[in-house]
Design a protein around this ligand. Sequence first.
Ligand SMILES: [Zn+2]
Ligand SMILES: [Zn+2]
Length: 95
Amino acid sequence: MKPKHVYYGNFPSPCHGVPTVIVKSKNGGYVTQNCTQCGDADHVDIPALPLYFHCPVCDTPVERVKRTKSVYECRHCKIKWELHTLVPEWSSLFP
Ligand SMILES: [Zn+2]
Ligand SMILES: [Zn+2]
């Protein structure tokens, strides 16, 4: 698989007022938005998320499935993705 795209949150980080990156959390299974200055992880709500993520297989934009919080569907591959599988690992951006 290709390296994951890097996605930024829609709001600045509460601690430093700088952009946040959306990453797979340290414990896995969910996503957090991390301050790009200090790396602090913060809870992320749907409004803070970018509208589109990219399919790890074909790289086309995938959209959130209506009435779900974190399921995205690639119409091209007909695969459903949990959001945490679409974003980089926490440790790959904050070594
Ligand atoms: Zn910070
Ligand atoms: Zn796809």
